[in-house]
Design a protein around this ligand. Structure first.
Ligand code: ATP
Ligand code: MG
Length: 576
């Protein structure tokens, strides 16, 4: 475990959720002789998303809390969808989140062992080779209210089953022609227990085992047995596997697994977040069809997308801990994630000045050619971060929106004749407005400054209400700034698409990316590197884009605005 993650303040305050309560009881009873061993078992068929982060924080967090272990296990039993790229990205993302696994395994490491277990099952008369097609198996499975019917191959002898299963492995039969099924009960109320498929024939190259196998175990056969082989104590998964728990237990019973070496499956509710999609299949589609620039597009709910967007891992961890775990599916508002993000960044982000929509200010009574160095604190929340020097000159840029020729009431920023403070330095007063002779648009503001106001006050005690951010025109660095909004314009794109019988992609938000060019940022930001998120004063949090930013051409992503502007807009609010 990284030392960093053990210092998260939210860790201990998370309290005992129902999973920890079960583990506490096991500790009291000595069920696992004091051992706690969890695992995070991603299928390498895509990049990890924020939902996976919940599972990671839970599994690794529990191991950490109980002095136990947590494995990273690739659930690579479905070779057609699995790729090395995903295997690598998953490791990178788990580490970036601040966790280190105790063992790194692949379900495919156990193919031989799983095969032997299956032979054991056959020998016990608990599995048979079935020649029904996939459709026939589905048709004879019954419904929740009607029992299924027995396969005509169900009563084969142990010898015949063993022979056929060995020949399945040897590649004697075509793909899809036979399966191995558990022999349980075709009338079981739980459909999962109606002779589930354990092995299929599929000639498919596997990233780990190459062409060694032409039969592959199903999730139901691979998962619990892999847990058992690894000595997992608590196998935590999402609610959709609740129906599979009796099967999970049946397989372990059939093989004679017993505590303290018998894993227990515990289910919790998936994390769902509004205005996005979370299934890897859908995320892959967005990438393939070019709706986003890649898995790490800053609008994606992926871990790498959030990293590129400027989310620190601490903020994701603290969010995952705060939402806790429960047994009921619900949707979490993205605002909650953003709350944890702002909390974290407010504490740690350096404050800098960046003008996104610049208008020039000329201070007519300030000497031409003079450059003053103004000392500016980096983070008032953390005085240990010190100060930096900012050049101040006669020509500056301020935000176009910080000036109004006809100011509405309570507009405390710049307007003809009004006085404001420039952050960290002087008071200025607007004396004149220069306009484009053709369009009439304001192109430049003429001002004067009060040389005695540098410290934020004047000898006569004059007060101003507005403080504006600025950059020296001659020293400013040109930058591109990318503003992001929700990827989808409806809260539940998948559900709504199903209800209205339309493609969920028809709900993509066409305004989810806004690119601003010609922004002017303070000179030090030229050297900013990806992985550091800044507060652009009065604007929000921004970070250099890991793919496109360079000192020659800086590009910044908006991580999150300072406050929830979305809610304000929705309420018809919005303030000056
Ligand atoms: P997806 O549909 O996005 O592909 P999955 O469940 O198939 O999700 P896996 O790679 O099988 O993805 O998941 C690895 C682990 O992460 C599993 O234990 C799974 O239960 C958990 N997990 C996946 N999605 C979520 C989620 N939204 N919330 C919490 N845990 C999740
Ligand atoms: Mg899956």
């Amino acid at each position: 475990m990284n030392s960093e993650s053990t210092h998260d303040s939210a860790r201990d305050s998370a309290g005992a959720d129902f999973i920890r309560a079960i583990i506490d009881q096991h500790m009291v009873d000595g069920t696992y002789e004091g051992r706690v061993h969890t695992r995070f078992p991603p299928e390498p068929n895509g990049y990890l998303h924020i939902g996976h982060a919940k599972s990671i924080v839970l599994n690794f967090g529990i191991a950490e809390q109980y002095g136990g272990k947590c494995n990273l296990r690739f659930d690579d039993t479905n070779p057609e969808k699995e790729e090395m790229e995903y295997i690598q990205s998953i490791q990178e993302d788990v580490r970036w989140l601040g966790f280190e696994w105790d063992g790194l395994y692949y379900a495919s490491d156990y193919f031989e062992q799983l095969y032997q277990f299956a032979e054991t099952l056959i020998q016990k008369g608990l599995a048979y080779v079935c020649e029904l097609s996939a459709d026939q198996i589905r048709e004879t499975r019954g419904t929740p209210t009607e029992a299924g019917s027995n396969s005509p191959f169900r009563d084969r002898s142990v010898e015949e089953n063993l022979d056929l299963f060995r020949r399945m492995r040897a590649g004697e039969f075509p793909d899809g022609s036979k399966v191995l099924r558990a022999k349980i009960d075709m009338a079981a109320p739980n459909i999962t227990m109606r002779d589930p498929v354990l092995y299929r024939i599929r000639r498919q190259h596997h990233p780990n085992t190459g062409d060694a196998w032409c039969i592959y175990p199903t999730y139901d056969w691979a998962h619990g047995q892999s847990d058992w082989i690894e000595g997992i104590t608590h196998s935590i998964c999402t609610l959709e596997f609740e129906n599979h728990r009796p099967l999970y237990d049946w397989c372990l019973d059939a093989l004679g697994a017993a505590v303290p070496n018998r894993p227990r499956q515990i289910e919790f509710a998936r994390l769902n977040i509004g205005y996005t999609v979370m299934s890897k299949r859908r995320l892959l589609e967005l990438v393939r069809e070019g709706h986003v620039s890649g898995w790490d597009d800053p609008r994606m709910p992926t871990i790498c997308g959030m990293r590129r967007r400027g989310y620190p891992p601490e903020a994701i961890r603290s969010f995952c801990r705060a939402i806790g775990v429960s047994k009921t599916n619900s949707q979490i508002d993205i605002a909650m994630l953003e709350f944890h993000l702002r909390e974290d960044l407010n504490r740690r982000a350096s404050r800098v000045m960046a003008v996104l929509d610049p208008i020039k200010v000329v201070i007519e009574n300030y000497p031409e050619g003079k450059v003053e160095q103004i000392e500016a604190e980096n983070n008032p929340e953390d005085p240990t971060t010190g100060t930096r020097m900012l050049p101040f000159t006669r020509e500056l840029y301020i935000e176009r929106d910080d000036f109004r020729e006809d100011p509405p009431k309570k507009f405390f920023r710049l307007s003809p004749g009004s006085e404001v403070r420039l952050k960290h330095t002087y008071y200025i007063t607007c004396t004149d407005v220069v306009k484009d002779p053709v369009t009439g648009a304001v192109t430049e503001l003429r001002c004067t400054y009060d040389p005695e106001s540098a410290g934020g006050s004047t000898p006569d005690g004059r007060k101003v209400k507005g403080t504006l951010h600025w950059v020296s025109a001659a020293h400013a660095v040109d930058a591109e700034v990318r503003l992001y909004d929700r990827l989808f314009s409806v809260e539940n794109p998948s559900d709504q698409a199903a209800r209205e019988d339309v493609d969920y992609k028809s709900f993509l938000n066409p305004q989810s990316l806004q690119v601003l060019t010609g922004c002017k940022v303070e000179p030090g930001l030229r050297e900013a590197t990806a992985g550091t998120t800044f507060q652009f004063l009065r604007q929000g949090y921004f970070c250099p884009d890991s793919r496109d930013s360079s000192p020659e051409r800086p590009v910044f992503n908006r991580t999150v605005s300072l406050r929830d502007s979305w809610a304000k807009i929705e309420q018809g609010g919005g303030t000056a």
